[in-house]
Ligand binder design. Structure first.
Ligand SMILES: [Zn+2]
Length: 242
């Protein structure tokens, strides 16, 4: 059995696929960071049994059942969902088993997505579709009606994962008025990905046309740093978004 962060498990899976590594494991368990859908798929292609744990300083919060569905450990913690929409929530947790360092109605900095489908395993604890990441893992972009539109990480992730090669690492960063897309791939591929992200933003009522200001792109040496494309910057006079 191998337990590790998703990125490490994926690197192992790729090494197994390339026949650089021979691993005979019954199960791999991903923890410590978000297991993205495309990474989960890769792990399932290579390893017979893929599990997931969701553990933080605040406790052991969720683990996958025999069908691979992540369940909250509601036997030990009381979870009060603070709903963001019909399926996404930020958990407030209260731990009944601790005798030191009490955790009482503690708000975690994570967005969880409830699983709608019925559970085959019969466990009554809440099933999760996925852990979407920290509350900060979302973009706050200018909307057409001059408000701020939030875009959750999973939407961007899907676009990026489809546009880039499966093994390419990437980063998508918002710093105030600037969005930056970095990918370990050719610039033409990254440029295509950028266009698809713009399409996504347009569908979500983001004032792409209004704010497209300077556009620049730079290419760094690939083996030193991933290629870089600056997606767009809003005019510096406009108030920074938060
Ligand atoms: Zn289950």
């Amino acid at each position: 059995m191998v337990v590790g962060p998703a990125q490490v498990l994926c690197a192992l899976a790729q090494a197994v696929q390339c026949r650089q590594l021979n691993l005979r494991v019954k199960k791999v368990i991903s923890g410590a960071e978000v297991l993205e859908p495309q990474d989960k798929l890769l792990l399932q292609q290579v390893f017979a049994n893929v599990g997931e744990v969701y553990q933080a300083t605040e406790g052991f919060l969720a683990a996958s059942c025999q069908y691979g569905t992540l369940h909250l450990n509601e036997e030990f913690i009381y979870v009060e969902p603070q709903w963001l929409d019909e399926e996404r929530f930020v958990p407030l947790i209260t731990d009944f088993s601790r005798i030191t360092q009490p955790i009482v109605r503690y708000r975690l900095d994570d967005i969880l997505v409830m699983r709608q489908q019925p559970r085959r395993c019969g466990q009554v604890t809440m099933a999760l579709e996925r852990i979407e990441g920290g509350c900060d893992d979302q973009l706050a972009l200018p909307a057409r009606d001059s408000g701020v539109q939030r875009v959750f990480a999973d939407l961007c992730q899907r676009v990026i994962a489809n546009a880039l090669p499966a093994v390419a690492d990437y980063r998508f960063i918002q710093r105030g008025n600037q969005l930056q897309l970095l990918g370990d791939c050719d610039l033409s591929v990254l440029e295509n990905c950028r266009r698809q992200l713009i399409d996504l933003f347009q569908k979500h009522n983001i004032a792409v046309e209004k704010y497209t200001g300077r556009y620049s792109q730079r290419l760094f040496c690939r083996n030193l740093m991933p290629s870089v494309a600056v997606l767009y910057e809003y005019p510096s006079k406009s108030a920074p978004l938060s």
